[in-house]
Design a protein around this ligand. Structure first.
Ligand SMILES: Cc1cc2nc3c(=O)[nH]c(=O)nc-3n(C[C@H](O)[C@H](O)[C@H](O)COP(=O)(O)O)c2cc1C
Length: 188
């Protein structure tokens, strides 16, 4: 079993990184392989909305841009479950997470009777906010809506700030453990 843990902060030592490490550590300890992906390390362009709205994504579930996205798309489709961790910027996911989400949902739109590769895949979403926590719920709501677009199985949505870090990090680990246990039980 393989789980992709994706995070999307420019800060290598911040709350986003700590939340991703909590999830990844718990999953590894439970047995599955973890692939950690730091979106800010990748050459990930934004969607060009080709041809007045839809490009090759509509006809072939592929993006025509030749950057890190096609390989990333294959990696998430090949995974058994996903953890997405984003900082909260302006009440929304960070720019790198949004670029990834925007392009992925287009390539995951069903093609006739063929569903996208993320359909039914369990996902855990974490939003790491600043001290105010303003917009954390809005950020999670945006990501929930996106999960509906890609047909993912919603496992949990967790908001974290530095003030509640001490009890939230163990909850993130527990949620990640529960997701892989449920996924393994479903597959067995
Ligand atoms: C451009 C920008 C916008 C932000 N907007 C919000 C916000 O709307 N609500 C909030 O609670 N924190 C906001 N923050 C604070 C970050 O969410 C917070 O510092 C978070 O921990 C960043 O993740 P990091 O620790 O991985 O850097 C913002 C930070 C930046 C840089």
């Amino acid at each position: 079993m393989k789980v992709v843990v994706m995070h999307a902060s420019p800060n290598r030592d911040g709350l986003t990184a700590a939340a991703a490490a909590a999830a990844a550590g718990a999953i590894r300890a439970a047995g599955p392989e973890v692939e950690e992906v730091r979106l800010n390390d990748l050459d990930l362009q934004h969607c060009q909305a080709c041809n007045n709205g839809w490009g090759t994504c509509r006809e072939s579930q592929r993006c025509c841009q030749d950057d890190a996205f096609p390989a990333l798309h294959r990696r998430v489709v090949a995974a058994d479950a996903l953890v997405l961790v984003t900082p909260v910027y302006f009440g929304e996911p960070s720019e790198s997470m949004k670029a990834f989400m925007d392009r992925l949902r287009r390539c995951e739109a069903p093609l006739g009777s063929r569903p996208g590769g993320l359909a039914g895949k369990p996902m855990l979403i974490v939003a790491a906010a600043g001290g105010s926590g303003n917009g954390a719920v809005h950020c999670l709501r945006m990501m929930e809506r996106w999960m509906e677009h890609v047909g993912a199985k919603k496992h949990d949505f967790i908001g974290i700030t530095r003030f509640i870090r001490a009890y939230r990090l163990p909850q993130i680990a527990e949620a990640a453990r529960a997701m892989v246990a449920e996924s393994a039980a479903g597959a067995g």
